[in-house]
Design a protein around this ligand. Structure first.
Ligand SMILES: [Zn+2]
Length: 208
């Protein structure tokens, strides 16, 4: 088995929680012997070298923040989102492909964390309300009638765009009239230009 396919397996197993739970791993591999950790069993089962395993952990699980990126994205895969076509790996790839930025105004997750972080420079929210106090990008469904979670119908939105647009302003008007002022507001709060350009016009909404 090539290293590449081992990496794909690692990512899949990690996202499915099989590397975090002996029970889950064992369900899939009832004949695997356990001498040591799940990691050891995984390495043995798929002939993964220590070096490769370490590389995967570094790539997917290391993080300076409290939770690794893979855990963060995995934690969003709940409820109705579990119906995402092709499952959690496809969801992870979709999320990563969105470039960690608001699809409407373009603000990046890093910039949002700066504005919402708990240190003294925190600018948002304006009061101490807990809701939306972390500045995490939200997964918004574009067509609220079909309300489906799939790659075409979902967009990452910052808390301000998502909240202000809500279901009262349609996408096209939001993009053409409000996205730029939102960028100006963020620019003022950050004291500098946003890292990303304003996103291009959105793709046509999926048909019902
Ligand atoms: Zn936004």
């Amino acid at each position: 088995m090539s290293n590449d396919s081992n990496e794909v397996l690692y990512k899949k197993y990690k996202l499915e929680g099989r590397l975090d739970s002996k029970k889950l791993f064992k369900e899939k591999h009832p004949d695997t012997e356990y001498k040591g950790t799940i990691a050891d069993a995984f390495k043995k089962q798929f002939n993964v070298s220590d070096n490769d395993y370490e590389r995967y952990v570094k790539k997917y699980c290391n993080s300076d923040e409290k939770h690794s990126e893979i855990q963060k994205i995995k934690s969003k895969f709940t409820g109705e989102r579990k119906g995402w076509p092709d499952g959690v790996v496809a969801f992870y790839d979709w999320y990563k492909g969105k470039g960690q930025a608001c699809g409407y105004c373009g603000i990046s997750q890093d910039e949002l964390y700066k504005l919402f972080s708990k240190d003294n420079n925190k600018k948002l929210p304006l009061n101490n309300a807990v809701k939306r106090s972390f500045g995490t990008l939200e997964i918004e469904r574009r067509d609220s009638e079909t309300n489906e979670y799939n790659p075409e119908n979902c967009i990452l939105a910052c808390p301000l765009c998502n909240n202000a647009k809500s279901n009262l302003i349609d996408e096209e008007n939001w993009m053409s009239l409000f996205a730029e002022p939102m960028r100006e507001y963020y620019k003022k709060l950050l004291g500098k230009d946003l890292k990303n350009e304003k996103p291009e016009k959105l793709a046509a909404k999926p048909l019902n």
